[in-house]
Design a protein. Structure first.
Length: 254
């Protein structure tokens, strides 16, 4: 995937970028609490690589992505590997834990990714995944308005997708404090209005840079970017509310 707004950059200081970064960082920190001891760990679709810094001294640490040139945040000693994440060049039963944060919604063959994850994990190993909660974002039957998302999932669909590949699947949600939730709802409402101005779906065809420029020009008419909050890592927590949560969190045991 070319460099786009989908890659979360900790150096981006806009309120929305900081909110998304802290939300993703919380998921990595929660995953770190589930992975104990010296483990061999790979991050599937690792983006800039910052998530692997949150793990507790893994024995082997690998960052997997289609493009490893942006991996400026990968921890020292971690191994970057460029690959198609539905065809991962790691041996069977070679990893104790796999992370896949905000990536499966980009995949046209999610079953192939899950098959690869199950193949790579050792018996009893964990796959920890997050993905945006469709229930908060889309109406029934609506196509994702994010041009880089192939499919967005609700909790039941996400669990049904994973279960054929893993022995045990638990689904929780990630939610935030009221001020951040209000800001996120305002952001999503603005995006819906932008999507409503494009009934023909031209945003799926135009270059990313042009789309970002047009979005900036239209922000005064769609609500723009919320500025009444400063997101922090401690704003986020785990919830059992799978309808109203921001993200779905799956913990899957091989």
């Amino acid at each position: 995937m070319p460099a786009t707004s989908e890659r979360i950059d900790p150096e981006n200081r806009s309120p929305t970028a900081k909110m998304l970064y802290h939300r993703h960082l919380f998921a990595y920190r929660h995953a770190a609490g589930l992975i104990r001891g010296d483990k061999d760990i790979a991050d599937i679709g690792c983006g800039l690589g910052y998530g692997l810094n949150e793990l507790h001294h893994p024995r082997i640490s690998i960052g997997l992505d289609s493009d490893i040139s942006p991996l400026k945040r990968l921890p020292s000693g971690a191994l970057p590997i460029a690959c198609d994440i539905v065809d991962i060049p790691l041996a069977a039963s070679s990893m104790d834990a796999l992370l896949c944060m905000q990536a499966i919604e980009h995949i046209g063959e999610p079953g192939a990714l899950l098959h690869e994850a199950s193949r790579i994990l050792r018996p009893g190993g964990l796959l920890i995944m997050t993905t945006p909660n469709r229930r908060l974002r889309l109406k029934d039957g609506q196509r994702p308005w994010n041009r880089f998302h192939v499919t967005e999932y609700d909790a039941s669909g996400f669990k049904a997708l994973i279960e054929p590949h893993f022995k045990k699947v638990g689904i929780d949600g990630i939610i935030a404090c009221p001020s951040v939730m209000d800001a996120e709802r305002a952001r999503l409402s603005s995006i819906r209005r932008l999507a409503g101005l494009d009934p023909l779906g031209l945003r799926y065809l135009l270059p990313e840079q042009l789309i970002q420029g047009l979005s900036g020009l239209l922000k005064p008419f769609t609500g723009g970017e919320s500025r009444g909050y400063e997101s922090k890592g401690e704003d986020y927590h785990i919830t059992s509310d799978l309808e109203g949560c921001l993200d779905l969190l799956a913990v899957c045991t091989r």
